[in-house]
Every structure is written in structure tokens, then in C-alpha cells.
Design a protein around this ligand. Structure first.
Ligand code: BQZ
Length: 697
């Protein structure tokens, strides 16, 4: 132990003064058990980005026959060559697992979310499960990077077709695709990008869905328009290539300026709330850059999307994509998604709730089963997140503030992490080689993970109780529940609310497990179950003490959503945001994490980046920044009739499988097509048109 302390204090000096060494005397650590062996069933065929796609003018273009006959020949639409950009995005045939596809058929998703409306730019939820991913295209794209060679990793071009760094690395000239159009035929230009940056990401009254604010592109970063198809980023750091990842899904997915701007409070008499709600879910044909457009919405029943006739991507034969004419999203539950995908009444699922694994595996093992099931790496993980704000985020009352003070006390967090029996918790979800003990921080098995930098506090109730006493908690009234210190919340019983997403059985199971563990410590935890539709808003409000959180991709890839690895800005962390005064009251070790993350973002050298992530992992796990719970693999379930599903596509890595498999290239061979389209041979109508899809005749 002494050597360990010396080593730690040495590290502490290197990293600046750390208060951690003081705590090390009271908490024994152990070697983290290796995760049970569980290999992904398939590995990707690793390629270069140039093997997947390029931008190129082709000699001729094609579309579904019914579009030509019933829309172009009747003058309802321009010819397909006039609906495409000068140089469309071309997917290379050699990278299409089953080659050039054919038109027709539908992918039937089942989701547990519900659409609030289409204003993604103002934070509305569309129901998740791939709806937003398929509608809102982003400047860059990262989902398919799971199959890109590690030494060539950088975000794929998308709406931004290329970019050039200035010699000093502080400026990035970004060239947008030229001649692409929104699904209503209006040109896509730099004005769409600037409106999204200036009046959505950078407007403090607007919070785009999945966005962490302008600081997630670097504090002080500016964006200016150069011409209709060129924008210029200016960064404080030199060559912060990390931000190209933030320009992918979740970070920078512009919505149509011509539709949103007239409703924005800066350009209308609308309030911000009216702006957010200006495009409710029954507003049909909302213009998108994505492959499919919402044409029908039946509450609690279904959302139907039809192919976008102006989609700006083609295959090498010149076929305008997507191959699939329709996407459906049955509005059900996440558990039902697994059931329907296995049964064949649904077509797609990310098997991510461990409780469903055994049944799904059993059903899929039958050769006659309608769907393929393929496990990937352990990229699903959960932590208990403590609200670390001590200066007012979420306007806490006296009790909640006392909880925040405890959350900010490292002894208290070390007590919590020592009170969790992670092996038992994982087994309670599913027995077998799936779950692994997860101490928090970067995921085992991923690029930047370093076991030697990972501090693990094993299950030790006695140590936990000693730490709680050290944190000043005693059961002063003898009722079996610890009390706050006398000068906090009137010395009342410690009661803590635990926020969890009611849409997932796994989130509820883990919450129950945490509550049971805390009862053994004499801490009373009250479960606060919130539906997925309200979860994002609740998380962002800061009105919670603890939450059961399914970790984002930053703890898997590190390069995606890097800024959210620590509170690098007022809105970048999921559990420590600015108080009323706009400042984030960082704990000393958090300041060190922020410094390490900012250095990582600005560091071009791969070896130095890896070393910075070792420092990050040590700071994260030795301080129990969050209380890691469990980590396990997900499985992709896809109906067997679909072709062009890339080998080894993970359900979650840089993004979810709905992005990773490149759905616009997925097709169903003619002889396997089913007549399940709800609006065959139709196209989206005019924006807001109640008439739904335009019938062919
Ligand atoms: C995948 C995903 C596609 C959000 C959502 C949901 C929200 C979170 C998260 C997942 C659902 C599915 O996840 O569970 O398998 O299809 O949609 O977006 O959990 O509540 O806020 O981050 O992506």
C-alpha cells in the first residue's frame, strides 16, 4: 500500500495537487477482474473512408420506375439528374456487402420513444430509435467508422464534403456539398449552417437535441459564412481535429432555415416555447436532408416516412438512394422492439436490455428464425451519476443542496462505489459471460482503455460504512437511516432521489439494485422514474440528485463527444453544469480532468493522446467520478430479408446501429420483398400539408 501511496502522490505532483492521496489511506483497491471472455460474433472488414464513398458526377442517374412514370413524366417533379447535386455522395459498390441494390420494400422499426415534434434544433425528441438519425443529416458522419482502419480514423464527410486546415491550425475552411436540396426542393446552403450555429446552437435560449452548446466546439470558437457553399471555423486551439467528430450526429445536424427562421423569436413575435413547438408531430412532410420524410403520424401507433425525392446520395451505378421506399416506426416499447424483431413482425433491434438476452438467443438459434442476431463488443454500460453541481444548477432546496455537498465529497463517492456488488448486480440482469464489472471511466476493450490506469474499489460494506462516518454521516436519531450533518438540511434523515428512465427494464433493474445496496448503508433512496419523452428535459434541468445513466459514446471511442468527458464548458457534462452565475464549480480533480481533456483535444501526437487518456482514467476511477455499475455487449437483430448489412456492425460505438449500417444503402432483393409498405408508390407532400403523402395517380 505504501508504494501505491507514494506512486499516487508522485502522480498527484505530476498532475498538480490532488486531494486524492488523502483518501487512499482509507480505501483498499484491488485488481479489476478481467471481463469474462466474450468475442464479438463477427469482426468488420476494415477499410479506408475512400473505399466507402466519394463525391463524383456520374454519367447517368436512375430512380424507381414509379417515380419517373407518375411524378417526373407528369411534371410533378424535375428529372432525377436535376434533383441531384453536381457531385452527389457516391457509395462505392465494392464496399456494399451485397453489391448494388434494388428499389422497394420497407424497414419496420419498433421504438419505445414518442415524437414530441420535428424541431430537433430546439430540443424536441422525435422518439429515438433512429427517426432523428434518418431525418437529420449532419456536417460529418461517424457511425460507419467502426469499419475504418484505426490509423486512418477521422470523421467521414457528409454535408461537409471536404475541409482544409490553415497552416497554423486555427482555421478550418469547410466546403459544403453543392446543389443539394431539402426534401421540398429548396436548395441547401451555408445559410442553413449559419442559422443552426448562430440562432440555435449559440442562442442560450435554444438547446438543440443532443447538443452540448457552442463550447463543445471549443470555448471561443467562431463560425462565419464565406460563400453559399463554404463556412470558416476559427478555433482558439491549433488543429483541434476532435471537433470534426462533434460535427457529426448529435453535434451539428442543421435543419431548414427557410422553415425554422420565420418561427424563431429573433425574427418573429414567437416566444422560445412557441418556436420549439412550431412543428408538432402532426406537421407532415417536414423538410429534411435525410433519406426519408415523415408523411404520416398516428399518436401511440406509428410514424411512416417515405423516400426523399431530392436525396443527394447515389450508388456507383447512379441509382438515387435510398433503395428502401419506406421506413416505419411502430410506437410501442423498447422491449417490444426485441420481441417483434425476433418474431419477424419488426425488422430491426439493438438488443441492449440484458434481461432479454437468453430468450432472444433461444428464439434466434432456430434456423427458421426470421432474423439474424449478432453480438458485438461490450459497448453498453451504466453508471450511477451524482449531481456534482454545488452552485445552483437545478435550483436545489436545502435537502437537495445537502445531497450535492455529499456528492462532491470524495469519501462519500468512495463509500457508494464500495457498497455496490457489481458481480451480483450484473448477474441479476443476466447470468452468463455477458456482463463485466465496470468501475466507471473508459470501457475495457476500447482503444484508449488502460487497465493499469483503472482504479477499482471492490465490494466492501465495512469500508463503505467507515467512509460515510468520515464524511460526517451518523444515525443521530437511531432510526436506522443516517442523518445529514447537523448544519445541513437541519440534520434530517439522508434521503436521495434516484432518476431512472422508465422506458427500460434494465434501467429500472439497476436502480432497484442500487437502492437495495444503499439501504444496507442506511441511506434512503427514492426512485424517480421518468419516461423517455421527459428524460432528456429532466436530465438537462439539473433537478435530480443521482441518476442511472446509460453512458454515451465518449467513454467508448473517446473521440466522439470528447468535450463531454469532463465539464469543459457550462453545458458539456451530463451531470455537472453551470449554476445561475454561469460558472461550473469544478472540484480540484475535475479541474485536472478538464485540463487533460482540453490537452487531448489539442494534441496531434497519438502516443501523447494515449498517455493523456491514462491520466484521465486514473483521475476518473480513483475519485469515483461516477459510480460504474455494469458493462455488457449488445446484439444487432435484423430481419434476414435485408441485404447490405455490414459485417460486425456494433449496436453502439461512435453512434447507434441505425447510423452504423448506412440504412440508405440497405435493400431487399426482389424475390424476398414483402408487400408491407403502407403508402406504396407515394412521395412526401408539401411541408405541413395535412394531405399526407402524394399518391402516385
Ligand atoms: C437506439 C437509439 C437511437 C438517447 C436513446 C434513448 C433516449 C436517450 C438514446 C437505442 C434509443 C435506443 O436510445 O434505446 O437502442 O435505437 O434510441 O437514437 O435511450 O432516452 O436519451 O440518448 O440514444
Amino acid at each position: 500500500m505504501r508504494n501505491r501511496l507514494l506512486a499516487l502522490s508522485g502522480a498527484a505532483l505530476l498532475l498538480g495537487v490532488s486531494t486524492f492521496a488523502v483518501h487512499a489511506q482509507t480505501v483498499a483497491t484491488a485488481t479489476l477482474p478481467d471481463p469474462p471472455k466474450f468475442d464479438a460474433q463477427q469482426l468488420p472488414n476494415f477499410v479506408s473512408i475512400s473505399d466507402i464513398m466519394e463525391y463524383k458526377a456520374l454519367p447517368e442517374y436512375h430512380e424507381p420506375d414509379w417515380v419517373t412514370k407518375q411524378f417526373v413524366d407528369t411534371g410533378k417533379l424535375p428529372a432525377v439528374k436535376d434533383r441531384l447535386p453536381k457531385e452527389p455522395l457516391v457509395y462505392k459498390t465494392a464496399n456494399e456487402p451485397d453489391g448494388t441494390g434494388v428499389y422497394g420494400d420497407v424497414m419496420r422499426h419498433v421504438i419505445g420513444g414518442r415524437p414530441q415534434g420535428w424541431n430537433y434544433a430546439a430540443g424536441q425528441v422525435q422518439g429515438w430509435g433512429g427517426i432523428d438519425i434518418g431525418m437529420y443529416e449532419c456536417l460529418t458522419r461517424t457511425g460507419p467508422l467502426f469499419e475504418v482502419k484505426a490509423d486512418e480514423l477521422e470523421p467521414m464527410p457528409n454535408l461537409a464534403k471536404s475541409w482544409d486546415w490553415s497552416a497554423d491550425g486555427h482555421q478550418l475552411t469547410m466546403h459544403l456539398i453543392e446543389g443539394a436540396k431539402w426534401s421540398d426542393g429548396v436548395p441547401f446552403t451555408a445559410d442553413d449552417v449559419m442559422f443552426y450555429w448562430q440562432d440555435n446552437i449559440s442562442d442560450p435560449n435554444v438547446k438543440p437535441l443532443n447538443s452540448s452548446g457552442p463550447d463543445s466546439f471549443g470555448v471561443g470558437t467562431t463560425l462565419t459564412k464565406v460563400d453559399d457553399h463554404t463556412v470558416l471555423w476559427t478555433f482558439k486551439e491549433a488543429f483541434p481535429k476532435q471537433y470534426l467528430y462533434t460535427m457529426a450526429y448529435g453535434g451539428f445536424c442543421p435543419l431548414p432555415e427557410h422553415i425554422l427562421k420565420p418561427q424563431h423569436p429573433k425574427y418573429s413575435k414567437n416566444t422560445y416555447e412557441q418556436y420549439q413547438n412550431a412543428f408538432p408531430a402532426n406537421f407532415m412532410n417536414f423538410p429534411v436532408m435525410g433519406a426519408w420524410v415523415p408523411v404520416e403520424y398516428r399518436p401511440d401507433d406509428i410514424v411512416v416516412l417515405r423516400r426523399n425525392p431530392y436525396y443527394w446520395k447515389v450508388d456507383e451505378a447512379g441509382n438515387q438512394l435510398p433503395y428502401l421506399d419506406e421506413l416505419e416506426y411502430k410506437l410501442s416499447t423498447w422491449a417490444d422492439r426485441d420481441v417483434q424483431a425476433v418474431a419477424g413482425t419488426g425488422d430491426f433491434s439493438n438488443l441492449e436490455q440484458a434481461e432479454s438476452y437468453v430468450e432472444a438467443l433461444k428464439r434466434s438459434a432456430d434456423p427458421a428464425a426470421p432474423a439474424r442476431l449478432a453480438f458485438g463488443a461490450r459497448t453498453i454500460g451504466y453508471s450511477l451519476y451524482p449531481n456534482l453541481s454545488g452552485n445552483g444548477w437545478g435550483e436545489p432546496d436545502a435537502r437537495a443542496q445537502a445531497v450535492r455537498e455529499l456528492n462532491r465529497n470524495t469519501d462519500f463517492r468512495l463509500a457508494l462505489t464500495s457498497a455496490i456488488d457489481r458481480q451480483h448486480l450484473g448477474d441479476s440482469l443476466v447470468k452468463g459471460p455477458f456482463t463485466a464489472i465496470y468501475p466507471g471511466g473508459l470501457y475495457a476493450g476500447t482503444a484508449y482503455y488502460d487497465k493499469a490506469s483503472t482504479v477499482y474499489y471492490p465490494f466492501d460494506l465495512e469500508a463503505a460504512k467507515a467512509l460515510l462516518a468520515k464524511a460526517g454521516l451518523k444515525d443521530t436519531d437511531g432510526n436506522g437511516v443516517l442523518n445529514f450533518p447537523a448544519d445541513q438540511a437541519g440534520g434530517q434523515d439522508v434521503s436521495i432521489t434516484l432518476l431512472a428512465n422508465s422506458d427500460y427494464q434494465t434501467d429500472k433493474s439497476l436502480a432497484e439494485g442500487v437502492i437495495a445496496s444503499m439501504e444496507q448503508l442506511g441511506i434512503h433512496v427514492i426512485l424517480d422514474l421518468v419516461s423517455g419523452a421527459n428524460m432528456t428535459a429532466t436530465q438537462n434541468s439539473g433537478k435530480w440528485d443521482w441518476q442511472i445513466y446509460r453512458n454515451g459514446s465518449e467513454l467508448i471511442s473517446v473521440v466522439q463527444n470528447t468535450a463531454s468527458l469532463a465539464p469543459t464548458g457550462p453545458q458539456t457534462s451530463p451531470f455537472h453544469r453551470a449554476g445561475k452565475d454561469g460558472s461550473v464549480d469544478l472540484l480540484p480533480f475535475e479541474q485536472q480532468m478538464v485540463d487533460v481533456v482540453n490537452k487531448f483535444i489539442a494534441e496531434p501526437d497519438a502516443a501523447k493522446k494515449a498517455d493523456l487518456m491514462k491520466q484521465y482514467q486514473k483521475l476518473y476511477t480513483e475519485n469515483a467520478y461516477t459510480i460504474g455499475l455494469t458493462q455488457y455487449p449488445g446484439a444487432l437483430i435484423i430481419n434476414k430479408r435485408f441485404a447490405n448489412i455490414p459485417a460486425g456492425a456494433p449496436i453502439f460505438m461512435f453512434n447507434w446501429a441505425e447510423d452504423n449500417i448506412i440504412r440508405e444503402r440497405v435493400f431487399v432483393p426482389k424475390d424476398k420483398q414483402i408487400s408491407a409498405e403502407l403508402h406504396p408508390n407515394t412521395l412526401p407532400g408539401k411541408p405541413g400539408d395535412k394531405g399526407g403523402p402524394i399518391s402516385a395517380n
